[in-house]
Design a protein around this ligand. Structure first.
Ligand SMILES: *Cc1c(COP(=O)(O)O)cnc(C)c1O
Length: 389
């Protein structure tokens, strides 16, 4: 049976070039980068080379990149590190209702500990109104965190404009760029962000390695206490093979950015066009213009997204409902709810995300499968288009 993977926003396969780069660091080059003999120095060189590759992808200098265990850790560090550092100055944080749970749950934790958090509403296309951000700022605001690209609906936020508002008020600005990395051009200096979260496994690198960009000169509280790794700010012997893989993946992402974007957006648009034209009562969620190149978030009215997901899986097609992290709960997606999608439509939503290994044949196979599945499910559905909800 054909296997079609359409969940690149959940994770990506490690590219072969990346794996080949990583392999020696598990075996011959197993040294600890902190050791002073040659084996350690070789490891240290590989570590710094990778730091440079990640920095180059986002227009940062290498000493502004701090490796973490994952994207979630980078988000947590940005929030907790800032909250702790600036707690004398204020206790107010501004974020949005559509952030990843790594941000939302970190903020919820702070709320239990004396902080106040404003969760900004978004518009129907998933965008934050700059005026809404401006209006939420108080003299107690110490951090604004707004994601660059949403993981469920793919909306791209106007980060430069939002970061400028933070700067005008002297407030630190963090962005979760995990979905943006490798999918949109990023220049941290041009954007004017103070901190930015990244993760390797969303850009064809390995799982279990991420990074936080911290602008030069900015001090937030150190994250992990122990040895002097990451300039003493994040202790723990480095995941060297993971870091080397992240570096290689970043280098490839940088070299292939344009071809990646055109390949993905072409297939994404083809999928959206065929589905909305050939299957009645289907809708696209999120912005059609400012959108992640691989994201198609589609609602199929009158049926359950979970049923579609399972029936697609029988045909070898992998998709998700909501995000991978919340798909095991029956809670309606917080993102679609914030976009104002009616609850019965939220339940009929499936996220398709294409990537570098997706082909036109994969999309054709998926559309044919969808047509069959949706017809079958709607015939079974107690609430079909004639009866209404
Ligand atoms: C995947 C993801 C994360 C979490 O990254 P991990 O490396 O899996 O912890 C955070 N934010 C967004 C937007 C994501 O898509």
């Amino acid at each position: 049976m054909r296997q079609v993977y359409l969940d690149y926003s959940a994770t990506t396969p490690v590219k072969d070039e990346v794996l080949q780069e990583m392999l020696p660091y598990f075996t011959e080059q197993f040294g600890n980068p902190s050791s002073l003999y040659t084996l350690g120095l070789t490891a240290k060189e590989a570590l710094e080379k990778a730091r440079g590759q990640v920095a180059a992808l986002i227009g940062a200098s290498p000493d502004e990149i701090y490796f973490t265990g994952c994207g979630s850790e980078a988000d947590n560090w940005a929030v907790f590190g800032t909250a702790d550092k600036l707690k004398e100055k204020g206790n107010h944080i501004i974020t949005t209702k559509i952030e990843h749970h790594a941000m939302l749950h970190a903020c919820a934790f702070l709320e239990k500990n004396g902080f106040e958090v404003t969760y900004l509403d978004v518009q129907a296309d998933g965008s934050v109104r700059p005026e809404a951000l401006e209006a939420a700022i108080t003299d107690k605001t110490i951090l604004i965190s707004i994601m660059m690209v949403n993981n469920e609906v793919g909306t791209i936020a106007p980060i430069r404009e939002l970061a400028a508002i933070a700067k005008k008020h002297g407030i630190l600005f963090h962005t979760d760029a995990v979905q943006a990395l490798g999918n949109v051009a990023i220049d941290v200096k041009d954007l004017g962000v103070d901190m930015m979260s990244m993760s390797a496994h969303k850009i064809y690198g390995p799982k279990g390695i991420g990074a936080l960009y911290i602008r030069k000169g900015l001090r937030i509280t150190n994250h992990m206490h122990g040895g002097g790794q990451e300039k003493g700010r994040r202790a723990g012997t480095e995941n060297l093979a993971g870091i080397v893989g992240f570096g290689k993946a970043a280098q490839l992402a940088s070299q292939q950015l344009e071809t990646h974007i055109s390949h993905c957006s072409e297939l994404r648009d083809y999928l959206i066009e065929r589905v909305t034209a050939e299957i009645p009562d289907t809708y696209v969620n999120g912005s059609l213009e400012k959108r992640h190149p691989g994201n198609a978030n589609l609602t199929f009215r009158y049926i359950e997204g979970e049923s579609i997901l399972l029936m697609l899986d029988f045909k070898g097609i992998s998709v998700s409902t909501g995000s991978a992290c919340s798909s095991k709960s029956l809670e309606p997606s917080h993102v679609l709810t914030a976009l104002g999608v009616p609850v019965e439509m939220v339940h009929g939503t499936v996220r398709f995300t294409v990537g570098d290994f997706t082909t036109k044949e994969d999309i054709d196979y998926t559309v044919e499968a969808l047509k069959e599945i949706v017809t079958k499910l709607r015939a079974l559905s107690p609430v079909n288009s004639e009866k209404g909800w």
